[in-house]
Each structure stands twice: as structure tokens, then as C-alpha cells.
Write a protein that binds this ligand. Structure first.
Ligand code: XMP
Length: 513
């Protein structure tokens, strides 16, 4: 049985990074919001991590540690808010600092199992507004700042640790080593979370779950749904029916490319033309969340129709772990930023059972799984494309005209990214994690030929990221941007200005809507 770590989420922007680090060290983990964790399945939990969070334990009402944490009788590591919540609960004193502390700090470490293999002085990254003034009885300090403030503690009798800094961010030089010490030295986890294990177990569990039933899967041509299709095909063979719904919000030539590529790898897919339905339902809608919900609903209707035809009881989706975490809105925990339609748009009365075999995987794990399933590189290394498609890349209402502009501009941008190479011999497309165009309904004055124009704007977005939870804008060379800009302005009727987005996530998100 897999050893697993439970991460209790108090709403920190870094909670998912903790999960990434644990998975990177080959240990399975799950994130559970602090206010919805009943009893844990006690047999395979090896340890618990309490995340940081934006709240302060010095306030009258603040998130508390679920009692199930203590009744699990496993080692616990509290990080930042998690540490302060432990101190408060056990009768220590936490006080508000004058201001929030962000950034580097050098700490003096005292001997502890948590610091195994580390020197006495360590560079760490802090982000907090409160600090521990007095430790509870039974706890000792194992790290202090140069000002003598307690920055970490351990319990003398129980396997409990608290640290004020963030080991999950790369700025804490030995943060990964500290996490590994907790997982392996303290929790005695086995390193058995590998993609090969996951694949084997998923095939067994899909077969058990589905029995002799048929499955319908909405294929978008993106990485997640393609890998889901390959996994299910391997599990149930021809009882999987893939449908490719042309909702009119797809990229240029997408329908032909996807249907042909899947035929080439021996899977048949049916193509449904639903452009009129989707564009009709979206008519006049500008609000991004409304767009997502409408599209989610139309997708589900189309799948239900298809499921009837092939007599399927299951609807499979390429939902991945960040979709689940980013869509989970619980008081005080990871705030709802966007309802990713896979999760947010499923109506209550759906008469199909949901099958989401990738729902515990991060994007890079999905790619590894795709590779071990033998999917061609074309699918594995394609940039992700959101379920609501070009609708959330058009600010304002979606019309055939705005779709044409963003689709044509995007095709030029992507073609040039494939065609141009950097010095290391890789194309810019390969360097990037995601690149696309956004239609901005902001008209500006221009001159084309001898005439004055008053046309809309295209914004180019290109980012680098590993987990899609944080992202950096990519500095594409100016001569490359100049080629793309001239081509778009010359070739796409209705566009007379091109701009480049230089915002990181956070605070911006990758998509504009
Ligand atoms: P954001 O914009 O939230 O995007 O920084 C993170 C990743 O998620 C994709 N994305 C979506 N995918 N339905 C999807 O299936 C959606 O509604 C959606 N919104 C964003 C986005 O393209 C990026 O890869």
C-alpha cells in the first residue's frame, strides 16, 4: 500500500507547492481544506503537514487544526500558520509583529532530526505577520533568527515539529532536504509514488469501477484529455467512446489535426458539430464565469446525447489535481479564482457517472503518464488549451468575428514559435509552457495603406511554468515579436495593434479570463 501524506490547507498560496515537493520525492500526498476533513483513512497515512495561510491566530476567530490530525497518531509538521496554530492550541503565545516579514532570512539551527545533514546557518524564506513569543510546555526551540526569535520547534515527547519559514519555496536553500527529512527520517515513508505504479493501479481501479459498462469521453486534443483517453483505452479497450465536440471555440485546423492524430494511434473518435449551439448560448455574454458555466453545461448536454447513442453509463473527463484545488472554495482555504469547467460546470442532475482517473495528478505527472502510455510527443508536449477554448481568450462577447480575429492571430503566433529557434537548437514553442493570443476589444487608431483604421487589439501571452500554479512571462526576443506583430497586423483583418503581456502569475493568472 502507498504511504501517503495529508496536507491540511489553511489557504496559503504555497500549499500546492508543498504537495509538489512531496510528490517529487516519490511520496503520495493529498491536500484537504482545514474545514472539511472528517476522519482520515488511518491505515496508510504516514504523516501530516499543516500549511501556511493568510489568517492570524491572534484574532478571535481563526482556522483551527482538525481533531483528526491528533487522533491519527502520526508525525505532524506545521509550516508558518500551521506552526502558530499548534503553538496557540497547546497554550503557547503568538504575537503580531509590527509588519509582515517577506523574503530572505538567515537562521541558526540547533540539532534536530528535521535538520539532518544541514549546517548550523541556513538561508530560508519567510512570509509571515506573526511570531512565536513563548513556546508551549514540552516544546523546545530548534532554530532562531539573529534577533533571537524562535523560528522552529520540536515537541520533546511527541513527533511534532513546527517551522516558521517556507521549506517548499526554492528560495529556502535546503528546503527540499528538510521536507525529505520529514518524509523519510521522521515519517519513514517509502518512495513508492511512481508513474508506473500509478498506471498499474489506475488500470485495475478503472476496471473495477466500470465493470462491463461503456464510457464516453470528451476529447479536446489537449494533454489531459488525450492522456485520459489513452489510459482508459488501455483499461477498457473499445468500450471507451471518444467524442470530439466542435464547439466553434477551437483553434485553427484543430478538428482535422486531432481526429487524424487519434486515428493514427488506433483510436476512433466521433466528431460532433455543435458550433451553433455553443455560440447561440454564449451570445451577448461577457462575464468570464458565466461563459465557463454555459460552456460546461453545453458540453454536458452534448455528452449526454452521445452517451445515449453508445449506451454509456460513464462520462470520463481529463480533470487534474490543480483543477480540483483551484475550484475548491472553502471558507479561508485556497480562494476560488476560476471555476475550471471540468469541475465547476457539471450540473447537479447529470445522469452519467463521472470518471476522472487523473484527478490526483499534476500536469508534469500527466505528461510522464502520457509518455509511459506511448502517446506521441505531439500530444505530450502540446501546450495546454482550456476547455472553454477561445471564449475565455476574447474579452467581452464571443462572436464569429472576434473568434476569427483571435483564431487567425493565434495561428500566426504559434506557427512562428515553431518556426524560430533559440541558440540551444530548440524552437521557442519548445521553450515555452504555454503561448496564445488574446482578443482585446480596445480599438485604437491606425493607418493601413492610405486609410485611417480604428480596429481592435491582440495581446500575445507566453509563459514558462512547471506546475501552472505559478508562471513567469517569457522574454521572447524583440525581433521575433516584431515579425509576429507585422504578420498579425498585415494578415488579420480587424486588428491594427499588437501588445505583449509581461505579467507573472501571481498576481496575474495565465489566461486573461
Ligand atoms: P490560469 O489562467 O488559472 O490557468 O492561471 C492555469 C492553467 O489552467 C488553464 N485553464 C483552464 N483549463 N478550463 C480548463 O480546462 C478552464 O476554465 C481553464 N481556465 C484556465 C490555463 O490554460 C492554464 O494552462
Amino acid at each position: 500500500m502507498l504511504s501517503s501524506i495529508i496536507i491540511i490547507d489553511f489557504g496559503s498560496q504555497f500549499t500546492q507547492l508543498i504537495a509538489r515537493r512531496v510528490r517529487e520525492s516519490s511520496v503520495y500526498c493529498e491536500v484537504i481544506p482545514w474545514d472539511c476533513c472528517p476522519k482520515f483513512p488511518a491505515d496508510n497515512i504516514s504523516g501530516i503537514i499543516l500549511s501556511g495561510g493568510p489568517s492570524s491566530v491572534t484574532k478571535n476567530v481563526s482556522p483551527t487544526i482538525p481533531p483528526a490530525v491528533w487522533s491519527s497518531n502520526v508525525p505532524v509538521l506545521g509550516i508558518c500558520y500551521g506552526m502558530q496554530a499548534m503553538v496557540k492550541e497547546w497554550g503557547g503565545i503568538v504575537e503580531q509583529s509590527g509588519g509582515r516579514e517577506f523574503g530572505h532570512s538567515v537562521l541558526n539551527f540547533k540539532p534536530s532530526r528535521l535538520w539532518l545533514g544541514l549546517d548550523e546557518k541556513q538561508d530560508v524564506w519567510m512570509s509571515h505577520g506573526d511570531h512565536v513569543l513563548k513556546l508551549p510546555i514540552g516544546c523546545v526551540s530548534i532554530a532562531t533568527s539573529n534577533q533571537g526569535v524562535c523560528a522552529a520547534f520540536e515537541h520533546l515527547e511527541k513527533p511534532y515539529w513546527g517551522i516558521q519559514f517556507h521549506p517548499e519555496v526554492t528560495h529556502t536553500t535546503n528546503g527540499y532536504k528538510i521536507i525529505c527529512n520529514f518524509l523519510y527520517e521522521i515519517c519513514a515513508c517509502s518512495s513508492n509514488w511512481t508513474i508506473e505504479n500509478f498506471l498499474e493501479q489506475s488500470i485495475v481501479s478503472v476496471r473495477e469501477q466500470v465493470g462491463d459498462d461503456n464510457i464516453v469521453l470528451g476529447l479536446s486534443g489537449g494533454v489531459d484529455s488525450s492522456v485520459t483517453a489513452a489510459l482508459l483505452h488501455k483499461s477498457v479497450g473499445n468500450r471507451l467512446h471518444c467524442v470530439f465536440i466542435d464547439n466553434g471555440l477551437l483553434r485553427k485546423n484543430e478538428v482535422q489535426q486531432v481526429t487524424e492524430s487519434f486515428k493514427n494511434i488506433g483510436m476512433s473518435i466521433s466528431h460532433v458539430d455543435a458550433e451553433k449551439l455553443f455560440l447561440g448560448a454564449l451570445s451577448g455574454i461577457s462575464d468570464p464565469e458565466k461563459k465557463r458555466k454555459i460552456i460546461g453545461l453545453e458540453f454536458v448536454r452534448a455528452f449526454e446525447k452521445e452517451a445515449k447513442i453508445v449506451n454509456a453509463k460513464w462520462l470520463a473527463q481529463g480533470t487534474i489535481y490543480p483543477d480540483i484545488i483551484e475550484s475548491s472554495a472553502s471558507s479561508g482555504s485556497s480562494h476560488l479564482i476560476k471555476s475550471h469547467h471540468n469541475v465547476g460546470g457539471i450540473p447537479k442532475g447529470l445522469n452519467l457517472k463521472l470518471l476522472e482517473p487523473l484527478k490526483y495528478l499534476f500536469k508534469d505527472e500527466v505528461r510522464k503518464l502520457g509518455k509511459s502510455l506511448g502517446l506521441p510527443d505531439y500530444f505530450i508536449h502540446r501546450h495546454p488549451f482550456p476547455g472553454p477554448g477561445l471564449a475565455i481568450r476574447i474579452i467581452g462577447p464571443v462572436t464569429k468575428e472576434t473568434l476569427r480575429c483571435v483564431r487567425d492571430a493565434d495561428a500566426i503566433f504559434i506557427e512562428e514559435l515553431h518556426r524560430n529557434y533559440s541558440e540551444d537548437g530548440r524552437s521557442y514553442y519548445e521553450h515555452l509552457s504555454q503561448a496564445f493570443s488574446v482578443y482585446l476589444p480596445i480599438c485604437s487608431v491606425g493607418v493601413k495603406g492610405d486609410s485611417r483604421t480604428y480596429e481592435a487589439t491582440i495581446c500575445l501571452r507566453a509563459v514558462e511554468t512547471v506546475d501552472f500554479m505559478t508562471a513567469k512571462w517569457y522574454p521572447l526576443p524583440t525581433d521575433f515579436l516584431s515579425i509576429v506583430s507585422s504578420r498579425i497586423i498585415n494578415e488579420v483583418h480587424g486588428i491594427s495593434r499588437v501588445v505583449y503581456d509581461i505579467s507573472n502569475k501571481p498576481p496575474a493568472t495565465i489566461e486573461w479570463e
